[in-house]
Ligand binder design. Structure first.
Ligand code: ATP
Ligand code: MG
Length: 212
């Protein structure tokens, strides 16, 4: 699970899109993450989704943050949709396709950009300790749609508890969003220390171009 850290947003968008385009046969999954709140995770997720949509990539945004800001930004018509907490409780593949809804962005432009909505109820799954079965749950959910999308962008909550760990387990890449001026390597090392103490092993790509 390589990390991308030292990237400007346009550079990150370019890396994410080239990764998705290079291997269109395989759905690519990218988590947008940070231990710190309010650093721009959701903004970057929506920016990447917008760039992927504009390039014609079939795009899915998964809102793992109980605050559900990405869901709001994807302009979904309010209704009684299933959301991520329903799927985490019961990851049946028939249920997965029912839960995914088109973004309102497609009302004015053709293409595919869908959302798996977030919910405050997802807090119930944000435990600091997950079973091995639970940690694979989002991977299991996404396996049901692996032929349907080129790129999946996961907006993570600002923590390293269960929801983020499920997201990272399901991801090909993790992009750590940081504030400008912050020590990128220090932030990355914070993630690694916490992950390793939780028993998660990951491969670290310092240079974004190397991880491609
Ligand atoms: N590059 C940027 N420059 C200036 N402001 C930004 C930038 N990116 C995001 N913001 C602003 O920072 C605030 C927080 O952004 P955002 O909600 O994307 O952060 P977040 O990391 O998802 O927060 P949370 O941890 O609460 O989910 C928003 O008001 C957003 O408009
Ligand atoms: Mg957010």
């Amino acid at each position: 699970m390589p990390f991308w850290t030292a990237c400007t947003l346009p550079r990150l968008a370019s890396l994410a899109l080239s990764l998705a385009k290079a291997k269109l046969a395989t759905m690519r999954v990218i988590s947008l993450s940070s231990l710190k709140g309010g650093v721009g995770k959701t903004t970057v997720t929506l920016g990447l989704a917008s760039a992927a949509f504009a390039r014609g990539l079939k795009t899915l945004v998964v809102d793992m943050d109980p605050q559900s800001d990405a869901s709001t930004g994807m302009d979904v018509i309010v209704g009684r949709h299933l959301n991520i907490s329903h799927l985490l409780a019961s990851p049946r593949s028939s249920q997965v396709k029912n839960a995914i809804v088109p973004s309102g962005w497609t009302r004015s432009h053709k293409g595919t950009v869908d959302v798996l909505l977030g919910s405050p109820s997802a807090m119930a799954f944000d435990s600091p300790s997950l079973t091995k079965r639970e940690i694979w749950r989002l991977e299991e959910i996404l396996a049901a749609v692996e032929d349907d999308y080129d790129i999946v962008l996961i907006d993570c909550p600002p923590s390293l508890n269960g929801l983020t760990r499920m997201a990272w387990t399901a991801s090909d890449r993790v992009a750590v969003v940081t504030e400008q001026g912050c020590s990128l390597s220090r932030r990355r090392n914070e993630h690694l220390e916490q992950l390793m103490s939780s028993g998660v092993v990951c491969h670290l790509g310092c240079n974004p171009s190397e991880s491609l």
